[in-house]
Ligand binder design. Sequence first.
Ligand code: 8YV
Length: 312
Amino acid sequence: MRPEILLVADSSPWLDQGLTEGYEVHRLSEADQPEALLAEIAPRIRALVTSGAKGASNALIDALPALGLIAVHGVGLDRIDLAHARARGIAVTTTPDVLTDDVADMALALVLALSRRIAANDRHVRAGRWEAGMPVPLGRSATGRRYGIIGLGQIGSAIAKRLRPLAGEIAYHNRRPLPASNYHYHDSAVGLAEAVDTLILAASSKAGEPPIVDQAVLDALGPDGLFVNIARGAAVDEEALVAALRESRIAGAALDVFADEPRMTHELWSLDTVVLQPHQGSATRETRIAMADLLLANLAAFFAGEALVTPV
Ligand code: 8YV
């Protein structure tokens, strides 16, 4: 008998194939009556598969008395109460390392797209405004700008590495300074925002924490400042961000993530100083294959009673 697993979030073709080959997969999002499905299968579910963006609520965890593993397709843990899982003796795995380069590439792409108005100018051309002889607003040089990274972890460091050839300066804010880092450290997000031209949010966040990027940080960034978020939407006060953009208190923002995705404040759609992405940081064919492989390896280890490959 193949083990039964509960799939909570949308998967990728590669993960889907691996799951279907090895397990009896129950898809919560596709169930007509999710509660009835849960009630029927709960006693037999030992592993749950979810995404970083979706996580697993305590209510769901508690509805599964036999649960022993939450396998996350991604690295974000902000939607899983780790203390609660630990108290229940439930292991959690993620898919680290394999997505670092793609997420860092996305940050760099957003930095360039934002500085050079790539998305806005694309709309300008498609709308026939160039042909009609309408003026194109100038961008800002990406080269020589001072960059600030909130969250110089694995992904933040990969972003810094990509920025090095073009940055005038790179600084960062973490809870604590990194002894091995040569980048300038700021002990607050406001201090960092004040000192840089482009601020990039790459920090992991925890559920229930106040946003790291709030009005004070945005005001410190200032009217020439650009903001890029490839981390989590909940780490930003979206209302304060929209107001800062509307009132040109910052120059622009490029956002891959949102607090309540796929929903967002629709005012963002009408602002030309904004670049929007539908949470694509790790969304490449190569990385999604590697993420699927890693998740499946964790699942296989769990059901074989072996050591997990990438436990949290
Ligand atoms: C994914 C993510 O888009 O790693 C994360 O936490 O948010 C992303 O890599 C998502 O988890 C894909 O399922």
